[in-house]
Design a protein around this ligand. Structure first.
Ligand SMILES: Cc1ncc(COP(=O)(O)O)c(C=O)c1O
Length: 411
């Protein structure tokens, strides 16, 4: 069996995703056959013939925080899975975590529960705008934002990021122009920014907040990757800078990306705006979105109470993997040092391939399942996103495949 085959071994009911000589810091994880990341039908649909090393979905592919899995197991053993109220202590644990890790105690803020970030953004758009209104996005950006806006019958208004010599920046001049149009009522901020890996600074966020405040544009700050700022970079919660500007805002939080809990856990919405609480709360009640998942409650509390040391190790792994990737990428492929997220935004532009060529080359020649950059907006053309919350062997394997595939490009 060659090296490539041992990486993704398919068994009857489960798939061992990473199975070779893992170090104790980054142990193997066995994924179920239904895991979207390795689902053969999903891979075949997205990547050439599907025979790829899958590094495309944003979740950690290492063993999850032991305290969290223990809490879920303990809850499973309780033998009671009926209606359950959410103890205030879960929300208290979230705020204790925010205060300790990000210096943001959330004083005076309100916290709501929502089944997913997508649900929260969808409800906020619906409740705070009218059909036909504009929602400003900053591409290249997380793929789900645009469909959420379109499905709500609102217009997507583009405020693309600028790619400068110093990396990605917000185009604040363009944002001010778009915000000045009264039809444009919301901007969705991605902080940190998936896929480009920026952790927006206090100054950048303040500038954005002032622009939006002066034009009455509401800011939805999607901060689901907030815990994943890579030291020494810090995460600045939008809510911690918003107050002085007078902007109206709500932010999405939760442990799903940090702790790999998208399949089980609820998420949170934080705001200082009573009207948002009322509107969000009433729509959630109307649609019965407020039911609690017993495992989600257990997982969220354990993550925030005990997940710190595990997250520190994950961030060390992600930083080391980004460095390894930079060191081993062949000529013609680049990576700027990511400030946040376990998503590397790899730059293939020097290979001079158009969008279909690059997608075909990545799938068929490099045999890698990466998220092609154009999924995130046309500004992403020439890039691809690679998940780096993986054992280092996967980074080695990915770069070996890239090096071979680059060597095979006809001159
Ligand atoms: C920025 C961002 N927001 C939201 C989500 C998805 O959240 P949910 O599955 O809770 O809708 C993702 C998933 O990768 C994401 O990267």
């Amino acid at each position: 069996m060659d090296h490539a085959e041992t990486v993704l071994r398919v068994r009857d009911r489960s798939i061992t995703f990473y199975d070779q000589g893992m170090s104790s810091e980054s142990p193997a994880v066995a994924m179920t056959a239904n895991a979207q990341a390795v689902d053969p039908a999903s891979l075949a649909r997205h990547f050439a013939d599907g025979d790829v090393l899958p590094l495309w979905i944003a979740e950690p592919y290492v063993e999850l925080a032991p305290a969290v899995t223990a809490a879920i197991e303990a809850r499973a053993g309780a033998g009671w899975y009926g209606y359950e109220t959410r103890p205030q202590s879960v929300i208290d644990s979230f705020w204790a975590w925010m205060a300790t890790r990000h210096g943001w105690p959330g004083t005076g803020l309100q916290t709501l529960v929502s089944p997913s970030v997508g649900t929260s953004i969808g409800v906020l758009i619906e409740q705070l705008t009218d059909p036909g209104d504009g929602v400003i996005l900053q591409p290249p950006v997380f793929t789900d934002f645009k469909p959420l806006v379109v499905a709500a019958g609102r217009s997507v208004v583009r405020n693309p990021l600028l790619l400068t010599e110093n990396g990605y920046r917000m185009d604040l001049e363009d944002l001010a122009a778009k915000a000045a149009d009264p039809a444009n009522r919301i901007v969705i901020l991605c902080n940190p920014h998936n896929p480009v890996g920026r952790a927006w600074t206090r100054d950048e966020l303040s500038d954005m907040a002032s622009i939006c405040a002066s034009h009455g544009v509401f800011v939805i700050a999607d901060e689901i990757h907030g815990d994943l700022a890579i030291p020494p970079t810090l995460f600045t919660p939008f809510g911690s800078v918003a107050a002085t500007s007078g902007v109206s805002w709500a932010a999405t939080h939760g442990p799903i990306k940090t702790f790999g809990l998208a399949g089980v856990s609820d998420t949170l919405v934080v705001t200082d705006d009573n009207q948002v609480v009322e509107l969000f709360g009433s729509r959630s009640s109307q649609l019965h979105l407020t039911r609690n998942n017993v495992f989600g409650i257990a997982a969220m509390k354990a993550a925030y109470d005990h997940g710190g040391p595990w997250l520190d190790s994950l961030l060390e792994l992600v930083a080391a993997n980004a460095a390894l990737l930079q060191e081993r990428l062949p000529d013609g492929i680049d990576l700027a040092t990511p400030e946040a997220t376990y998503l590397a935004w790899v730059d293939f532009r020097q290979l001079n391939m158009d969008v279909p060529e690059l997608a075909a080359w990545l799938g068929s020649s490099a045999r890698l399942g990466l998220s092609p950059g154009h999924w995130f907006g046309r500004e992403g053309a020439g890039f691809a996103r690679m998940t780096t919350a993986v054992p280092r062997q996967q980074i080695e394997e990915a770069t070996t495949r890239l090096t071979q595939a680059v060597a095979e490009i006809p001159h």
